[in-house]
Design a protein around this ligand. Structure first.
Ligand code: NDP
Length: 434
């Protein structure tokens, strides 16, 4: 805390990992001698820069952009770009830190990074978003590259923004190369990437349930968010025979007791991606549903919960509510959506709890496959990528069980932290002191 004043999110993320890692390295002298834990919590570098752009009224606007290059021990830095007014250095450091362990867990050669800007794309015209993205990339391009650092999308950065940024990178460098992932399939994007995080989170949920002799079929699910991750998580739940009861955005949540089926999910996707509307509009189209302004969906009784919106969106009281209502499993599609106190409630209740760094790793895993396809100048089909995603999530689940199972209960946080840490730490040991 002293070393990182005011960086609450970052300190929270480090605390969560450090607890487990301390236990694991207690009797391992080599990690202590090399000060691995102290080194791993210090980003390799943070670039901070001015992003200047002109709005539609010809007013000059100034935003701040960052790229946190956290650790490249096992591969090029890799991690999304977030455009949201809440973005600051602490948030990006926490995300880059988490990303390092998540990427390690996938088994693919990717280091950890994260970037973004305190820019709010909401309410901006396409031209304004384009000018902002181009300005952002005009600085960022010098810090990234297919073997150096490969950014992707995150909150506020979807296919449109990636397109503008990739176009600007190509224009400046005169190189077509796999420097961003999440690209459109017309220009090097991987099939299955848009679906990968949400689908992967549900595969992880299914793996956790199956490890206990259960399944997704017939289960009721509460999902938060209504963006890329939430809509695809909802879609996979429905495909596997579950019933989705809620979706949300920063304005509140909708509860549809009849279930949010594929047709309704498609409507939400169009609402968010094309019309850029609010989830509250759902109740005007589908009877029987209700909108709860300014609220989060955790008091709706359910079998399983998938927080898929943002960090710290599920606190201690809400965790108690979920457990009290009989929720048996939580799989995090978002990054660190549950507060430390909320996580403790899940642990104490011994319900199945899949932390984001394991449960939502499917997105970056398919991004890793997009990098491979770009390097080879080939494009794999949907079916093959779907199979690879399923296997990657099984692999991550397996590692969590290997390092987290004790007395018949799997502590997925511990398993993910230790498995993710070990690979990165061993690579750092191999490089000596640096
Ligand atoms: P999107 O921008 O597509 O959607 C974000 C959703 O979360 C929107 O519904 C948004 O509502 C809601 N939201 C954002 N901020 C808040 C807030 N402060 N309070 C309440 N709701 C909020 O982002 P993604 O779906 O891509 O990302 C969601 C989460 O998943 C993030 O934590 C991200 O880091 C994580 N993640 C994403 C991956 C990906 O592949 N996209 C990969 C791994 C993790 P509103 O529109 O009102 O802002």
């Amino acid at each position: 805390k002293k070393r990182n004043p005011g960086q609450d999110e970052f300190v929270q993320a480090v605390q969560e990992v450090a607890q487990d890692v301390f236990d694991f390295i207690e009797d391992k002298e080599e990690y202590h001698e090399a000060q691995i834990l102290r080194r791993i919590v210090e980003p390799d570098r943070i670039v901070s820069f001015r992003v200047c752009w002109e709005d539609d009224n010809h007013c000059v606007r100034v935003q701040r952009g960052w790229r946190v290059q956290n650790n490249n021990a096992i591969g090029p830095y890799k991690g999304g770009i977030r455009f949201h007014p809440s973005v600051n250095e602490s948030v990006l450091k926490f995300l880059a830190f988490e990303q390092t362990f998540k990427n390690s867990l996938t088994g693919l050669p990717m280091g950890g990074g994260k970037g973004g800007a305190n820019f709010n794309p909401k309410g901006k015209s396409d031209s304004e978003v384009m000018r902002f993205c181009q300005s952002f990339m005009t600085e960022l391009y010098r810090h990234i590259g297919p073997d150096t650092d490969v950014p992707a999308g995150d909150i506020g950065v979807g296919a449109r923004e990636i397109g503008y940024m990739f176009g600007q990178y190509k224009r400046i460098t005169n190189r077509w190369e796999g420097v961003l992932t999440g690209k459109g399939t017309e220009y090097g994007g991987s099939k299955m990437r848009p679906e990968a995080t949400g689908y992967g989170a549900v595969y992880f949920l299914r793996n956790m349930l199956q490890h206990q002799g259960q399944d997704v079929e017939g289960k009721t699910a509460v999902v938060s968010g209504s963006g890329n991750v939430a809509t695809h998580a909802a879609e996979k739940i429905v495909q596997l025979g579950g019933k989705v009861l809620t979706l949300s955005d920063s304005g509140g949540f909708i509860h549809d007791p009849d279930g949010i089926d594929q047709e309704k999910i498609d409507w939400v996707k169009a609402l968010k991606n094309e019309r850029r509307g609010r989830i509250s509009e759902y109740v005007d189209h589908f009877t029987g549903a209700s909108f709860h302004e300014g609220k989060r969906p955790w008091d709706v009784p359910c079998d399983v919960a998938l927080p898929c919106a943002t960090q710290n969106e599920l606190n201690e009281a809400e965790a108690r509510e979920l457990v009290g209502n009989g929720c048996m499993a939580v799989a995090e599609g978002a990054n660190m959506p549950t507060t430390l106190e909320g996580v403790k409630v899940f642990h104490d209740a011994r319900i199945l709890y899949g932390p984001g760094k394991a449960a939502n790793a499917g997105g970056v895993a398919v991004s890793g496959l997009e990098m491979s396809q770009n390097s080879e100048r080939i494009s794999w089909n949907h079916e093959r990528l779907g199979q690879m995603l399923t296997e990657l999530m099984e692999g991550i689940h397996g590692k969590c069980v290997e390092f987290g199972e004790k007395g018949g209960h799997v502590d997925y946080v511990r398993g993910a932290n230790i498995a993710g840490f070990k690979k990165v730490a061993d690579a750092m040991l191999a490089f000596g002191v640096m």
